[in-house]
Design a protein around this ligand. Sequence first.
Ligand SMILES: NC(=O)c1ccc[n+]([C@@H]2O[C@H](COP(=O)([O-])OP(=O)(O)OC[C@H]3O[C@@H](n4cnc5c(N)ncnc54)[C@H](OP(=O)(O)O)[C@@H]3O)[C@@H](O)[C@H]2O)c1
Length: 359
Amino acid sequence: MTTVVKKGSLIENCLAVLGRSIDLIGIHGPTVDEVTKDIDLTDKTCLITGANSGIGLEMTKCLSSRNCNVLMACRNPYAANIVAKNVCGSSERLKLYEINLASLRSVKKCSNEILKDQPKIDIVILNAAVFGLPWTLTEDSLETTFQVNYLSQYVLLMNIEKILAPNARVVLVSSESHRHVSWDFNHQLSPTQAMVSLPKHEYTSIRAYNISKLCGIHFMHYLSYRWLNSGKSVFCAHPGSFVKTRLCRNWWPYELLYTTMKPFSKSISQAASTPIYCATSPDLDGLSDAYYKDCKRCEESDLAQDLHLSFRIYDLTKAIVRNRIAASEDVSRVKESVTFPDQTKHSIDENTLVANYTG
Ligand SMILES: NC(=O)c1ccc[n+]([C@@H]2O[C@H](COP(=O)([O-])OP(=O)(O)OC[C@H]3O[C@@H](n4cnc5c(N)ncnc54)[C@H](OP(=O)(O)O)[C@@H]3O)[C@@H](O)[C@H]2O)c1
């Protein structure tokens, strides 16, 4: 018996849509489960920042399902605990650490706790980020996007460097938007704090975000030089564009744009696949210092490839951190523990909370 499909019929249209969807799935690449299907991470430990939401949560779920111990460094441990239990199940493999990346005091406290608890870390995924904020300064007097997306995660990694496994892998979750930064020659020769931690009159949220991601790629270049001839490696991974997570929540036009783009962009699981590929794939053994997109190596922007600039940004970062660490040590002598208001605790039920964090 033959099935006749009339031109323009419903079935034909459905098949066309299905075909296009299959194409889109192809373009959008594999999911995290597909890229890790043959991988067993028993006895490995991975630290992930921003592990409670969106792409970070998807990576946490995937890694714990591959028997990896996951250290979830999150701003709101109460919410993170509920979300992790709902999404990943109650697992002894998950451990929560409280960190507020807008505070160097909090970063130090979290690093000390990790150093106290953990003998070694095999994988670090620096994933946390903010986007679309109005201009604000942190308690360390730095522009918030710059500090959260780059500087504090640099400090966290440097603080725990001594417990990284000899063959540790570090992945910085990056973005194609780093390509939109343009600095003239003089600025490239001597970068200043105002170029990375933008003052109010030069601030747009997208500019601050792009700069923070560019700094992350330069940090990768610096680290790969620092770890030359060691077994450690470092990669940057672009997850995908317009992936509908909570990243766009800070400004309604972004929320609208990401919602509109959702049918055409990667799913969260597809977005998590490139960072997870960089963090776990044996294909990358022996490699380091590379930028990945769609699970494939790709060239970062010319500005991001400039190694001289990487060292200048590193020197600048060190100088910015040095004064503030000294200042924060003075303060922490007075105030021993950092506490964060737990706004989620009484205002939202468990199901809504989980739905929010999983996009
Ligand atoms: N979504 C995209 O289209 C896209 C595109 C390119 C690159 N990326 C990158 O992918 C990564 C993951 O983003 P996502 O889309 O999954 O966004 P998301 O759902 O908003 O996740 C961001 C994570 O960062 C955490 N975070 C923000 N501020 C923090 C702070 N001060 N201290 C500690 N943690 C903080 C958030 O914690 P809270 O839950 O407490 O806020 C959250 O866990 C980011 O690096 C982002 O730049 C995303």
